[in-house]
Design a protein around this ligand. Structure first.
Ligand SMILES: *Cc1c(COP(=O)(O)O)cnc(C)c1O
Length: 398
């Protein structure tokens, strides 16, 4: 096995059978098949055949999947059109009516919607727990529990789940465990090291890294990925040839980008943490983070995600201050998503205001004075200067 940085550039090259150094875009829905009908049948029924019909597979998808399976240390991986396609298809390959899932209060909003509005309607039971409380996962288990689903660090307020505890719990009881590793990226965290069975990502974020594509990936054993692939054949959320080509291009610099992002975010978080106008700076790399010890145990780097909370005499004042900061920032772009080379910022309470009811907002810890940052690879001096000018005078916002 070559080292990680080398694998990002050279793994899966066998799927490019042309002489082009850069894998071409296989912009085709179908492929010339063998006229021998026995050979045709074997191609038509082969799992993930890369050159039969697009929903079955695509050479670039296979190449990227091999790279990502290597990063996540799993046997195999499958690429899909979005993170939500990966998450929903991966879960539908595990549960059926009558089964029970244990999940967290805090998840990506689309995941919560999938659990609460989709799976529950299809007869699957759900219990949501506080991810910081190991025993809560154990207490929630039922005889029909088939899946423990975690997301760590979670969106948006950066709480952690104890992966070693969940991995052992699943192994001991024979329950499948699945982790959304989007926020960490495989550079910073590999849940498989802690016994987690299935790893999912929105590859739209750090893996792609340039905010120019959507994609998702499921990583697990070869036998499980075959099941996911069978589901994906009929659910049909295949990743387009151009998006998988962009993903292959983006992933080559994953290690470089993530390391720079980790470094920028740590410096920015330390600087922000000294500002009195901020009531809280949640960054898992700060010793003041309530789960800093766990962060050091299960992550190699602390990501580019920071969650700020403006101080205020009440929620409404904090909200007006968050609004003012957002309006004054010049370099940080007010946009959904994360994990790209450019720094982004969002107001979580506005972003998920329509998805979450009051109870969910409380359980997920989202407040009106909160801002979530995804730090990019710009020069750190410029990022700090942008916040310096945006925070100046904020204390006078009534
Ligand atoms: C964005 C995101 C998703 C959904 O991914 P899409 O590519 O937008 O479908 C899932 N989980 C997390 C943690 C995310 O940030």
């Amino acid at each position: 096995m070559v080292k990680l940085e080398t694998s990002l550039i050279h793994e899966g090259k066998q799927f490019n059978d042309s002489k082009a150094v850069v894998t071409p875009i296989f912009q085709t829905s179908t492929y010339l098949a063998d006229t021998d009908l026995a050979a045709y049948i074997s191609a038509a029924t082969a799992t993930k055949h890369p050159t039969f019909y697009h929903r079955h597979g695509n050479p670039t998808n296979s190449q990227v999947a091999e790279i990502i399976a290597g990063l996540e240390k799993t046997e195999d991986a499958l690429l899909l059109a979005t993170g939500m396609a990966a998450i929903s298809t991966a879960i539908l390959a595990i549960v059926q009516a009558g089964d029970h899932i244990v999940a967290q209060h805090a998840h990506y909003s689309g995941t919560t919607l999938f659990f609460k509005e989709f799976l529950v309607e299809y007869g699957i039971e759900l219990t949501q727990v506080d991810q910081k409380d190991n025993e809560a996962f154990e207490r929630a288990l039922q005889p029909n529990t088939k899946l423990i689903y975690v997301e760590t660090p979670s969106n948006p307020n950066l709480d952690l789940t104890d992966l070693a505890f969940i991995g052992q719990l699943g192994k001991r009881l024979g329950i499948t465990t699945m982790a959304d590793n989007t926020f960490a990226s495989p550079i910073n965290q590999t849940p498989h090291d802690f016994g987690i069975d299935v790893i999912v990502h929105s590859a739209t974020k750090y893996l792609g890294g340039h905010s120019d594509l959507t994609a998702g990936v499921v990583c697990g054993t070869a036998a499980y990925i075959e099941k996911v692939w069978r589901r994906s054949l009929v659910l049909g959320a295949s990743l387009s040839p151009f998006d998988s080509w962009l993903l292959l291009r983006g992933i080559k610099t994953l290690a470089l980008r993530v390391r720079q992002i980790n470094e920028n975010a740590l410096q920015l978080a330390r600087w922000l943490d000294t500002k009195e106008v901020l009531r809280n700076v949640a960054y898992i790399g700060l010793p003041t983070h309530k789960q800093y010890q766990l962060a050091k145990q299960q992550l190699r780097g602390f990501t580019g995600m920071i969650c700020l909370e403006l101080a205020g005499d009440n929620e409404d004042q904090a909200y007006r201050r968050a609004q003012a900061v957002l309006s004054k920032l010049q370099i940080f772009i007010n946009a959904a998503s994360l994990g790209g080379v450019e720094s982004l910022i969002v107001h979580p309470a506005s972003m998920w205001g329509t998805h979450h009811d009051a109870d969910q907002k409380k359980n997920s810890g989202i407040t009106k004075g909160m801002l979530r940052i995804s730090v990019g690879i710009e020069h750190i001096d410029d990022l700090i200067a942008d916040f310096e000018q945006a925070l100046s005078g904020i204390a006078s916002v009534e």
